[in-house]
Design a binder for this molecule. Structure first.
Ligand SMILES: [Zn+2]
Ligand SMILES: [Zn+2]
Ligand SMILES: [Zn+2]
Length: 345
């Protein structure tokens, strides 16, 4: 995620709705990929002040005006009431229930970050309402989080931190977040879009295993017997070892974690140039864009960054920010995800 600035030179974060420097309304302009201060023109229309906006006019998303759960703008020329990201919502939580509304707010914060990365990676991204192969979201209570036919369902109880932490401990997971769930479930969607029925299917099976293996049995085995003792030599997470589909979705989510975190580090000027044992110099990472053309550059930048981030957390007495170790097999799978995203689609 990039760090933005306001026309008043104040720092602006992706989640902000108002500038603390000049008190202007802030919004993300999804068609231009920037956060911008907005100057009202009339009761509903604003002119975007960011130099990248060229004086374009916008409205606020309906979910910003009615529920304050969104900070994206809609081009004034568009007939849509909702912003690009909110157009994917098919079921939203009960807005008359304060707890559900709070959960929705947290989910939307993370959903917009998910979208930022999907858009930056130039992935196919259209709602099911306009594309039969599109994507949609349902945020509900008392459901299983999952994906089916392009619809990502999120159990809104996962937005409650004590509930989610309890689940994490019960399942002996090292990492469980809303953003992780969203990236994981969308990974299942992109498997069906980019791998299923494609020429990459054989290569997928060679690396991740045969996804035709009985899913129900795999699930039962995983929860009854746990992951194989040597899972970490082949997978990014213990849950990955359950079934090839889960391995793909976990690896996909991990790849999104990497590109977002690396972009954030760079936007703060945090470029790590470790001197590895033997004195060999690693190539400094200075690509100004999100898309790394070379997967090796990405991994070479990632590993030293995660070591530094974990060390920073330990200095504060906190858990490791990055509780993972990437084996060679896991890196090969991440490379497959990278190549899948880089391929024209
Ligand atoms: Zn400002
Ligand atoms: Zn919106
Ligand atoms: Zn899954």
């Amino acid at each position: 995620m990039k760090l933005y600035s306001c026309t008043c030179k104040g720092l602006v974060f992706f989640e902000n709705v108002r500038c603390t420097g000049c008190d202007r309304t802030l919004a993300f302009l999804p068609d231009r990929g920037v956060m911008s201060a907005l100057e009202p023109v009339d009761a509903t229309t604003y002119v975007a002040l960011s130099p990248q906006a060229d004086g374009a006019r916008y409205r606020l998303c309906k979910n910003s005006i009615e529920y304050a759960v969104c900070n994206w703008a809609v081009p004034a020329s568009s007939g849509d009431a909702f912003c690009f990201a909110c157009n994917f919502n098919e079921v939203i939580p009960d807005t008359t229930d304060p707890a559900s509304r709070e959960a929705w707010h947290r989910i939307e914060l993370n959903k917009r970050r998910l979208f930022y990365t999907l858009m930056a990676l130039a992935l196919p991204l259209l709602p099911r309402s306009v594309d039969s192969r599109g994507l949609g979201f349902a945020f509900k209570r008392d459901v299983m989080t999952g994906h089916a036919d392009g619809l990502v369902t999120i159990n809104i109880a996962e937005a409650d931190t004590p509930t989610r932490e309890r689940l994490r401990e019960n399942l002996a997971e090292h990492y469980r977040t809303l953003l992780g769930h969203l990236r994981h479930e969308v990974g299942h969607y992109y498997w069906s879009r980019l791998i299923d029925g494609s020429r990459q299917l054989d290569a997928f099976r060679a690396l991740f295993g045969d996804e035709r293996a009985d899913y129900g049995e795999a699930l039962k085995r995983h929860y009854e017997c746990g992951p194989p003792a040597d899972w970490s030599t082949r997978h990014v997470s213990a849950y990955s070892s359950m079934h090839p589909w889960e391995d793909w979705a976990e690896t996909w989510a991990h790849y999104c974690h990497m590109v977002d975190t690396l972009e954030t580090a760079r936007s703060y000027g945090l470029a790590l140039r470790p001197a590895p044992a033997g004195g060999a110099k690693l190539k400094p990472v200075a690509v100004p864009r999100l898309d790394f053309d070379d997967f090796n550059d990405l991994v070479n930048a990632w590993v030293p960054l995660t070591l530094a981030l974990n060390s920073l957390n330990r200095s504060m007495g906190l858990q490791d920010l990055y509780p993972f170790v990437l084996s060679n097999d896991a890196i090969a799978k991440l490379r497959f995800v990278h190549d899948t995203i880089e391929r024209p689609h």
